[in-house]
Unconditional design. Sequence first.
Lengths: 428, 428
Amino acid sequence: MARPIPDVPSDSEFPLQNLPYGVFTRPDEETPRVGTRLGDTVVDLKVLEHAGLFRDTPLGETHVFCKRSLNKFMQTGRTCWDAARARLTALLDGSDARLADDADLRKAALVDCDRVTMQMPVEIGDYTDFYSSKHHAFNVGTMFRGPQNALMPNYTWIPVGYHGRASSVVPSGTPVRRPCGQTRADEAEAPTFGPCRLLDFELEMGFFTGPGNPLGAPLTMDNAADQIFGMVLVNDWSARDIQKWEYVPLGPFLAKNFATTISHWVVPMAALAPFRCAAPEPDHPPLDYLRQSDPPEGCGPGGWAYDIELEVSLQTAEDDPFVISRSNFRHLYWTMQQQLTHHTSSGCNMRAGDLLASGTISGPTPESFGSMLELAWRGTKPIRLPSGAERKFLQDGDTLVMRGWCQGDGYRIGFGECRGTVLAALDA
Amino acid sequence: MARPIPDVPSDSEFPLQNLPYGVFTRPDEETPRVGTRLGDTVVDLKVLEHAGLFRDTPLGETHVFCKRSLNKFMQTGRTCWDAARARLTALLDGSDARLADDADLRKAALVDCDRVTMQMPVEIGDYTDFYSSKHHAFNVGTMFRGPQNALMPNYTWIPVGYHGRASSVVPSGTPVRRPCGQTRADEAEAPTFGPCRLLDFELEMGFFTGPGNPLGAPLTMDNAADQIFGMVLVNDWSARDIQKWEYVPLGPFLAKNFATTISHWVVPMAALAPFRCAAPEPDHPPLDYLRQSDPPEGCGPGGWAYDIELEVSLQTAEDDPFVISRSNFRHLYWTMQQQLTHHTSSGCNMRAGDLLASGTISGPTPESFGSMLELAWRGTKPIRLPSGAERKFLQDGDTLVMRGWCQGDGYRIGFGECRGTVLAALDA
């Protein structure tokens, strides 16, 4: 069976089992289009679509891959997603020979990944950020209120979340300008305005939604999973000093809305299915609307967790990339199904391409904390880098890189990287 | 000078001085298009645009009025907005005779307002809700923390706001389903899930943004006003019992995201200019970034307030519409310029068609409070209706109508109405 692309190295994050979706521009054409990635090759799905290779699938003539974003594809729903993935797999493993046997088509559709420019994969309608790591909520609560009062009484009942800013979600590689804002020193009468001094990252993952639900018609735990298209890495950059002064009583605002970085490739849930695992045992049973009626074997009533290894590296002027945190998506108290069901339980409508992020993914051990605030424990335990440099928070010129992957038997499903470099504040 | 439309009655909310923008469908065509309104006539701007009547303005061939939303027009910026308004005024007062003298064009472009269906005027990218009435913040704070601790220490420094949900912003007339959610009685161990019992309205106004600013490049008090396109009425429906249990520590979420209603017609700032007035004296000077460098005469450093009278009516099964609140937009502590400048001060980017709402507009007196929570003072002073019925919060079947207008000398600039009827919860 001829294959259109040579075998993918076993250490690639993008084997045939992954086939993530992204949006890119080619060196020779300005118009963004949808692609997938196999090894070091980007497959131009607009070209395959024009060649009619999806016409006999449920996608028909929808031309979802000619668009500048994944939204239209996300809108089509699970039947189309499954059909597209099956067709792509067949075309790329050669069992459907129409790509492998057509030299012109191969030449037109396959592009070396170094020659493309990745774009925002999705036009995000609404962005929501949850707070689903109990370890993170406990750590932050402990710092500010002591361990006795660390968790709010609603924490184990509600997948707490808040609305974020969609306009400032940017793709990996976009530099992040240090924000300015109001802060007030503890002893001061009045606040001052100036560059953030406590700039932080937050290690998160997020998922994009499918067709969604009409306003007033909530999803349920039994149908919410079908609305989850796929996942990305998320860095929810945070200005801790701005947040502290502004966040009462209506929550974080400018402390979060200056930038949120996502990885380029959206990994479909079908690629992640082999890595489903049981979610942590809840402290008490959730309310009925947050329980599945008939969970599959091995899955708790709250739905699946996923075993996704996560790693955060910090690169400074003096230091090569240095791993400062190792965590895992499975540590979350609330599942994606519960987040999505809860979000719509008020009647709130989801649209294709909405982004729901997890909140900081801290694990149970200090090495697995997902923010500088926790890793350096509010500045009391600075992170020591190989050069001898220390960090309590991020400095100008620092580059933060997140990676995530699922380790299979002889293969690895990766998310690429979620990268950003801190630029000096405008008036610094 | 012939006019294309007979003189507008002096009590009309839509005289020649208004010329708001909206999006509508005609009885004979499904495609939404942009219109303005004069008296009881809707003027189809797509038709005027096709007839070439904007070609010699800075709008040129942009075809902004053929779109399904005002976003493209908002994107063009103040020079184009001013030119469009000047041209429209001339066409409608007859000083430019090309519409008045062309019977076919008049027939094609002018539609009776009863024959059109109004649509969402804008595709809202991001929706932000502020908290800019000090009276409202004080009232709510007093109820929950007593008058001594009513205002948070940041209130007079920060135009406090939070990110809202854009997907559930709906046009006037859309019924609003009572949301379900988690609530917990004060004495209870665990929360329960069910229909909201304390459903409320919030009397607000909002403005839409123009071209905006790139990420990382804040607006300033000296250029922010040019980014404000126009205003609408806003009802920020609120589920008080859900809010109380969910809102710590990240702010309101499901208590607000089930629906936000806006009025159909966006009144341009040019129409509101005659009604500018001084903003209330601040408790102390704001920080420099929230002050204009050279305010015009009569305008404080924080920018203009606007004298817009506001009225809320409640209609029940037993009662005709009954006015329950009379307020005024000028009561706000923070101006729109300050809200917008503050919002971008972190580097957050605005896009054309973002909606920034004021927060509940409560005035200083009990009659001018902008929510049931305040009018009935947390249920302790029920609102008595003419039929003898009482209301502490909204009941199923209740219709809430907001109106707003500027009273000029012999004319009135109105916003139409912002209306919604409460439907029973799904599982009620």
